[in-house]
Ligand binder design. Sequence first.
Ligand SMILES: NC(=O)c1ccc[n+]([C@@H]2O[C@H](COP(=O)([O-])OP(=O)(O)OC[C@H]3O[C@@H](n4cnc5c(N)ncnc54)[C@H](O)[C@@H]3O)[C@@H](O)[C@H]2O)c1
Length: 273
Amino acid sequence: MGKLDGKVAFITGAARGQGRSHALRLAEEGADIIAVDVCAQIDSVGYPLATPDDLDETVALVEKTGRRVVASIADVRELGALQGAFDAGVAELGPCQIVVANAGIHPIGTFGDRAPEGWRDALDVILTGSWNTIQVARAQMVEAGQGGSIILISSSNGLKGHTDGSGGWDGYVAAKHGLVGLMRTYAWYLGPDNIRVNSIHPSGVPTQMTMNQMFADYTASTPPERQMRLGNAMPVQWLDPLDISNAVLWLASDDARYVSGVTLSVDGGSNIL
Ligand SMILES: NC(=O)c1ccc[n+]([C@@H]2O[C@H](COP(=O)([O-])OP(=O)(O)OC[C@H]3O[C@@H](n4cnc5c(N)ncnc54)[C@H](O)[C@@H]3O)[C@@H](O)[C@H]2O)c1
């Protein structure tokens, strides 16, 4: 018996990194998966985003667990396309009870003329994209009357400030803080329908968002006292994607059946530094 037998989970940014890890962990516990990713580049982002091959790999790995998966290429910024991806998944897999708004970008280093673009893209993908993700799922969730769990993937940067002074990193922090307001609003609004809404706040995880030249250049050129803000209280530099996936699983499962409106830090104590 899995903790999520008979459930369907809608996960954005699922082609690789933490999104793929969430898809696999939830599938291992019995959930079928609706996977979405943009699989294309966004100009302000200084590292490659996922590819269609990455999304295919997620599909193959989920299928290996014995669960079903419906995958679509869609941009969370485009409400119509995202609705199409969600509806296609529900048509094949049945009603969805779990939503993981995970897609994100980190457009650091967008200085000068590029600052407004970095700021706008971060807000559009992270904040508007997560709002879109809730919008495409919530009517069906309420109508199905099965309750559910919506999980917004924020960041330690959603609870405390940190920036390289660029538009993109400013936007990242503002958007990740914005997710807390969105989470609290929908925890209140959907509570009567037994739909729980929470946010998760990871500190550094070694995915392509952080394992790239731009991020390495930033840390190399930043004095240690400023870098401390990115560190953890516990003696660990990087968390594993699985650490975040286990928190996603807990919030998605009945083990957390009365947990709603919570900012859950999974960060080795980064939030108290
Ligand atoms: N890596 C970290 O240190 C860290 C720390 C805290 C929070 N986070 C958050 O975790 C989430 C997952 O990031 P990750 O570390 O796996 O990085 P990642 O870059 O490997 O994964 C992000 C995924 O989102 C997809 N994506 C980007 N823009 C999209 C869009 N407009 N529409 C649909 N998909 C889109 C990308 O293609 C990619 O597959 C993000 O929200 C990120 O902000 C990451």
